[in-house]
Design a protein. Structure first.
Length: 282
């Protein structure tokens, strides 16, 4: 980060910022040298079917607009709401359709011919320290903690590789068995809001419901690349730093307000959230 701050006076656009961050990422292996007893599985990929992923969101939004039209609007209790006719004009003719709703931000990126896009990330796991193995009971339970981590970077740069040291240090504190899936969520300006939120939602389904109809696992020629057993939401910790922390907060609100009302069975929410700020008051 010191290098990025030193170069900040000469960085004038996102492209230059990404070049600086990529140069810094080249030194990550050197920063990892003091650490031991961990494993990394980079470039884990799975496909996300966007229309299927957004079914709960679109259904919730349709219901919200209907309620506003019936009970709100300019003639309702809240004069700041749009008129019922204005809201009704946004609704598709078929109330059961899964088409996008007018005048609301949605995906703007390019999809594959089958309506999917590829989401990437990396798995990191804390391993047993051979030197301390004799100190532990043979039946000692390993950590079940799984971090779903969103990296920082102002929504426009950085990566899972850039944050590998930070996440690994967190896992080593949790102890052997602790794992993290660091999401390579799509970045602005190529993929603006709400792409990052959708990516974290897809990653949460990948961890807890890998057989969900919106998720298609890709092996990429590597055996054992994906986890094979659904992870208990009670073991998941939502975590992020800087801009990634903001994405994590947005994910929680998204799950509560857009997914849960229209999804059956309901998703179980993770009990713990860790938010990290790079700027703290003195």
């Amino acid at each position: 980060m010191a290098l990025s701050r030193a170069c900040s006076s000469s960085v004038y656009n996102v492209a230059q910022l990404r070049i600086v961050s990529n140069i810094i990422a080249l030194f990550i292996p050197l920063r990892m040298l003091p650490l031991s007893n961990y494993s990394v599985r980079p470039n884990v990929q799975f496909k996300v079917h966007l229309d299927t992923l957004l079914k709960p969101e679109r259904k919730s939004l349709r219901e919200t607009r209907k309620q506003l039209g019936q009970h709100g609007g300019a003639q309702g209790r809240n004069p700041s709401n749009p008129s019922p006719m204005f809201l009704t004009s946004f609704l598709p003719d078929d109330s059961n359709t899964n088409k996008r709703l007018a005048n609301l931000p949605e995906e703007s990126g390019v999809l594959d011919h089958d309506g999917t896009y590829t989401l990437k990330g990396e798995w990191i796991e804390a391993l047993e320290d051979p030197k301390r193995l004799s100190e532990r009971n043979g039946g000692a339970k390993k950590s079940d903690v799984v971090l779903l981590y969103a990296h920082g970077g102002g929504h426009v740069f950085c990566s899972a590789t850039f944050h590998r040291q930070l996440v690994t240090r967190m896992l080593l504190e949790f102890g052997p068995g602790a794992r993290a899936f660091v999401v390579e969520y799509r970045l602005a300006p190529e993929d603006p809001f709400p792409a990052a939120i959708h990516d974290l939602y897809a990653a949460y389904l990948y961890l807890t419901l890998a057989k969900h109809e919106a998720i298609q696992l890709l092996q990429n020629g590597a055996k054992g690349q994906h986890h094979t057993t659904p992870i208990n939401p009670k073991d998941i910790v939502l975590a992020g730093d800087s801009a990634g922390a903001g994405v994590i907060i947005a994910l929680q609100l998204y799950l509560r307000d857009y997914v849960q009302p229209s999804m059956e069975p309901k998703l179980e929410m993770p009990p713990v959230t860790v938010l990290i700020s790079v700027r703290c008051p003195p």
